[in-house]
Write a protein that binds this ligand. Structure first.
Ligand code: GLN
Length: 313
C-alpha cells in the first residue's frame, strides 16, 4: 500500500492543522531552562512519503533541538555498527512503564537494561557508538543523523550549554549504569555526548524525512542513500512501538497503531512502514513529556490516512 493521492494527503494535513491550531492544552518543558523560551504557538506538520513526496503546513522551517527524537536514530546507528542482537543484549528492548528519566527503571530490573528510548538506555546507547573518544563518537552520531535527514545537522550551542549546566540527573543515571556494568564508556563523557546529540537542530521537515527513511527500509527517499540495513530498520520500529512515548506508549499504540517517538522540545515522529514518515512540532507537552497537539494530529492523520497497523480494513 501507499499513501492516498497527493491532493488528498495535503488536504488532510491542512485539516489536521486547522482542527488543532487553537488547542491550548499542555505545558512547554522548562527543566532544561532554555526550552522554556519556546513559543507555545509554534505548530508544524510534515508528511514525507516513502518515495519522497512531501506535504506540510505551519512552522515547517523553525529549528528546534531534536531531544529524545534522536534516540531511535542513534539506536539504529548502534545496531548497524554492533549488530542488532548485540545491541539488544547490551541495552534491552522492553518497556519500563516509568517516566523517561527514571532511575527506578534501572533499579527494578534484573539485567539492569532498559530500552534505547528512555534516558538510561539512551545514554547507554550513546556509550556504545563506535569511536576512540567522545569527539569521534559525537561525529559519528551527527554524521549518521544528518544522513537520515538528508542534510548537515548542527548543534544549537545555547541548548547544549543550558542542558549541560542542569543535567545532574542524567549524570547520576550514567554513573548508576556504570556501577552495574551497563554503560560502555566513561559516564561523564557519555552523558556529554548524549547531551550534544539531544541539542542537534532539526525542522519538522527534517524529522519527517528521518521517519520516512525508517518507513523505507533504511533508505532516505529524498537522497536515495542507504543509511541503515533493512533488518535494523525493522528492529528500531519494534522498539519505537514498545517504548516511543515512555509510560504512555501503550495509550499511543492503542490510539494510533504505529511506531512513534516524542521529545521534550515538542517533536514527534511516526512511521508508517512502506508508506511514509509523519512529523509534528508543537512545544506544549502532557505529563509524560509528549506533545499534546502532536498526539492529536497524529491520531487524526492515522485514522484519516488509514495508517493504523492493526486495522484490517
Ligand atoms: N535531553 C533530554 C533529557 O535527557 C531529552 C529528554 C526527552 O526529550 N524526553 O532530559
Amino acid at each position: 500500500g501507499e499513501l492516498p493521492r497527493a491532493e488528498e494527503v495535503q488536504q488532510l494535513v491542512t485539516e489536521a492543522y486547522e482542527r488543532y491550531r487553537a488547542t491550548a492544552d499542555g505545558t512547554v518543558a522548562d527543566y532544561i531552562p532554555v526550552l522554556a523560551e519556546a513559543s507555545p504557538d509554534l505548530f508544524g506538520i510534515s508528511v514525507v512519503g516513502a518515495r519522497g513526496r512531501s506535504f506540510e503546513i505551519g512552522d515547517v522551517d523553525t529549528r528546534f533541538s531534536v531531544q529524545s527524537v534522536s534516540k531511535p536514530f542513534v539506536f539504529a546507528l548502534v545496531c548497524e555498527a554492533v549488530g542488532y542482537e548485540s545491541a539488544r543484549h547490551h541495552l534491552g528492548v522492553n518497556s519500563t512503564g516509568f517516566p523517561f528519566d527514571s532511575l527506578m527503571a534501572v533499579e527494578l530490573n534484573d539485567h539492569r537494561t532498559m530500552n534505547p528510548l528512555v534516558n538510561a538506555g539512551a545514554i547507554a546507547t550513546t556509550s556504545l557508538v563506535p569511536g576512540a573518544d567522545a569527539a569521534q563518537k559525537f561525529e559519528r552520531i551527527s554524521a549518521g543523523l544528518s544522513r537520515f535527514a538528508g542534510r548537515d545537522l548542527s548543534v544549537n550551542e545555547e541548548v547544549y550549554a543550558s542542558e549541560a549546566a542542569s543535567n545532574l540527573r542524567n549524570q547520576g543515571i550514567a554513573h548508576l549504569l556504570k556501577s552495574y556494568g551497563r554503560l560502555y564508556f566513561d559516564p561523564d563523557e557519555a552523558t556529554d555526548v548524549y547531551t550534544r546529540q539531544c541539542s542537534l537542530e532539526v525542522t519538522v521537515h527534517d524529522l519527517a524525512v528521518m521517519a520516512a527513511t525508517l518507513s523505507n527500509g533504511g533508505v532516505n527517499p529524498q537522497t536515495h542513500e542507504r543509511v541503515i540495513a533493512t533488518g535494523v530498520c525493522r528492529r528500531v520500529l519494534a522498539v519505537m512501538a514498545t517504548a516511543g512515548l515512555y509510560e504512555l506508549s501503550g495509550d499511543w499504540l492503542y490510539e494510533i497503531g504505529m511506531p512513534g517517538k516524542s521529545g521534550v522540545s515538542g517533536g514527534i515522529v511516526t512511521v508508517s512502514p512502506g508508506k511514509g514518515g509523519l512529523a509534528t512540532f508543537s512545544p506544549p507537552l502532557d505529563v509524560a513529556g509528549n506533545s499534546v497537539r502532536g498526539q492529536l494530529v497524529t491520531k487524526y492523520l492515522s485514522d484519516r490516512l488509514g495508517l493504523n497497523l492493526f486495522a484490517s480494513e
